[in-house]
Design a protein around this ligand. Structure first.
Ligand code: ARG
Length: 573
């Protein structure tokens, strides 16, 4: 349910009744719950504009809110704020309704929008490393959240599978095939790349072959394409195994790599030339953008075709954007890519708008994120300064979580430890990332992400197991029971639970998964306070049944919410 909207509608009616129909009500969640659930902050502005005394006006509006079915009390405070407390009986009904719905009362949009989400998108020349983590998990969470809200989501894994490096890799693969060693060599992509690069740097003849292979590859030579395919297939299998370990929703069918757009590059460039948007500059094709001035106050140059006829990352992105609109019919295009590419995307979208490829009703958004840092404040690397393979990092997370779980709960079987360790380890890595504002850099720290205290995955997963243990001990309960809210913490927990859809919508609108993460943390914290203050199983029959209902919705909200962040829940841990 859209709680905020519902309350806002009541307040708007009260404003209208006092001749203030067009004034913004400014409804906010209360900061201090001792005073209420929401706060109206718009009266002061309205009073000023309409030359009225703010406190008197506030009192009139509060009076109009008497006998409201949703708002129980409206109290004027300070210079003209109004504190609102919601009607407990209504809250009970809403909680009951949410419990009857397997989607927890969250409405799916009636007009489903198609969102195209570009995420993960590694370069296939090398193995996936930690630098690919953020795009993969942020994109996956957005995929889950938008789908939950009824969007039609098309995931696109824009892998780097084209360009000059592939000439070198394919030439090396050809050599290894001749030596009968290709299968062996491809088991370690990282080493394969290093060895190919070494050959390239040391042997002029090999380097020339490599260059020749690039040309043959891009002009569609069947023999070279076959080798290229062999390399790409192996590399994609590696990526897919990482996705499975991470439990991402990305499937092989979501891969539409750079190579896919090869045929469209020249026509795309030609069209920009024909439209007069791109020009010839010493043989190269360039779009000059007045909107993006460089240091010397000259328009920025967006290169789309090199002098030698070669294309670039940027050319591919132009062709790709057209495909996402014309063929995939995307209405919202999300690019979950490192913040260092911000200028590229601003320029790309500007050009696409000018060319008329990106219509006004389609949003194109760069979902930028910062860098994962080590504790030393530098980008996260191994001790010797090498990039960390993503697979190694994830396996370490699982290993650490297993040790932790085994030490906390020595009675678990080997099999249980394995499963719990996996869910906690992967959850911890994801949550540490998703709970922070994506636009900032963050410090990757094993101890804090695996802590059972504070805003962490283990804390939330543990809160969920506590809910489950209440139900194991309860042995029977009435899933149809009426909820009655009398205690302040019951009230606060109920209001918070009913904000689930509001939070999902603001997360979806802004593409900030930390809004959802922080909400779940709030739910877990409130539940634990409620659990301390309000005995559940020892309470009298009706109270017990009612508190079990609140507990049940808490568990379901945590489970659905964590799942939307791509994080698993457990019965015990
Ligand atoms: N492969 C690129 C990289 O590793 C990211 C691609 C992002 N998507 C895009 N459409 N440009 O930097």
């Amino acid at each position: 349910m859209k709680l905020h909207q519902l309350v806002a509608a009541e307040v708007e009616k009260a404003f209208a009744a006092n001749g203030l129909a067009d004034n913004p009500i400014i409804l906010q969640v209360a900061k201090n719950h001792d005073f209420g659930d929401y706060q109206i902050n718009g009266v002061m502005g309205a009073a000023k504009k309409n030359h009225q005394n703010p406190r008197e006006l506030a009192q009139k509006i509060a009076d109009s809110l008497q006998n409201n079915t949703i708002i129980a009390t409206a109290e004027v405070a300070g210079p003209g704020f109004i504190n609102l407390r919601l009607n407990a009986e209504k809250l009970s009904q809403f909680i009951y309704a949410a419990l009857q719905d397997d989607h927890l009362g969250v409405t799916r949009s009636e007009l489903p929008q198609t969102a195209v989400i570009d995420y993960s998108s590694p370069n296939l020349a090398k193995e996936m490393h930690v630098g690919h983590l953020r795009s993969s998990i942020i994109g996956d969470s957005l995929n889950r959240i938008l789908s939950y809200l009824g969007y039609q989501v098309i995931a696109q894994n824009h892998v780097g599978d084209w360009g000059t490096q592939f000439g070198m890799l394919v030439a090396y693969l050809f050599e290894q095939n001749q030596n009968g060693r290709a299968d062996l060599e491809l088991t370690d992509l990282e080493r394969f790349y290093r060895d190919a690069k070494k050959r390239f740097d040391e042997d002029e003849k090999f380097a020339n072959t490599a260059r020749e292979y690039v040309v043959r590859l891009q002009s569609g030579d069947q023999d070279v394409l076959k080798l290229w395919q062999q390399f790409v297939t192996t590399s994609l299998q590696h990526a897919q195994s990482v996705y499975e370990l991470l439990d991402l929703k990305l499937a092989p069918a979501d891969v539409t790599g750079e190579s896919f757009y090869n045929d469209q590059l020249q026509p795309t460039v030609n069209e920009l030339l024909a439209k007069g948007i791109a020009v010839d500059s010493n043989g190269a094709k360039v779009v000059f953008l007045d909107e993006f001035k460089n240091q010397d106050d000259e328009p920025a140059a967006f290169l789309i075709q090199k002098k030698d006829g070669g294309f670039l990352y940027a050319s591919t992105d132009l062709a790709c954007l057209r495909y996402r609109i014309n063929t995939l019919h995307g209405q919202r295009l999300l690019y979950v890519v490192d913040a260092r590419q911000s200028l590229h995307f601003s320029e790309l979208f500007t050009i696409a708008r000018k060319a008329g490829w990106l219509p006004e009703n389609v949003e194109a958004e760069h979902i930028a994120f910062g860098t994962m840092m080590g504790k030393d404040g530098k980008p996260f690397k191994t001790r010797s300064g090498d990039t960390i393979k993503l697979l190694d990092l994830l396996n370490e997370a699982i290993a650490r979580a297993k040790t932790l779980v085994a030490s906390k709960n020595p009675n678990l079987s080997e099999e249980e430890i394995s499963h719990i360790g996996y869910v906690v380890g992967i959850g911890a890595v994801k949550y540490a990332d998703l709970s922070k504002n994506r636009t900032s850099d963050y410090v990757f720290d094993w101890d804090s992400m695996l802590s059972f205290e504070g805003n962490t995955a283990p804390y939330l997963q543990y809160a969920y197991t506590r809910v489950q243990s209440v139900f194991r001990k309860a042995d029977s309960w009435d899933s149809d029971a009426i909820i009655s809210i009398t205690q302040p913490l019951e009230h606060q927990l109920a209001v918070e639970l009913l904000k689930f859809e509001d939070v999902l919508n603001s997360t979806a609108d802004t593409s900030y998964p930390h809004y959802l993460a922080n909400y779940l943390y709030q739910i877990a914290t409130l539940f634990s306070r409620f659990y301390e203050a309000c005995p559940i199983l020892k309470a009298d029959k009706n109270v017990r049944a009612s508190r079990l209902q609140l507990t049940r919705l808490t568990g379901l909200t945590l489970k659905h919410g964590l799942n939307l962040l791509g994080i698993g829940t457990l019965e015990i841990m």
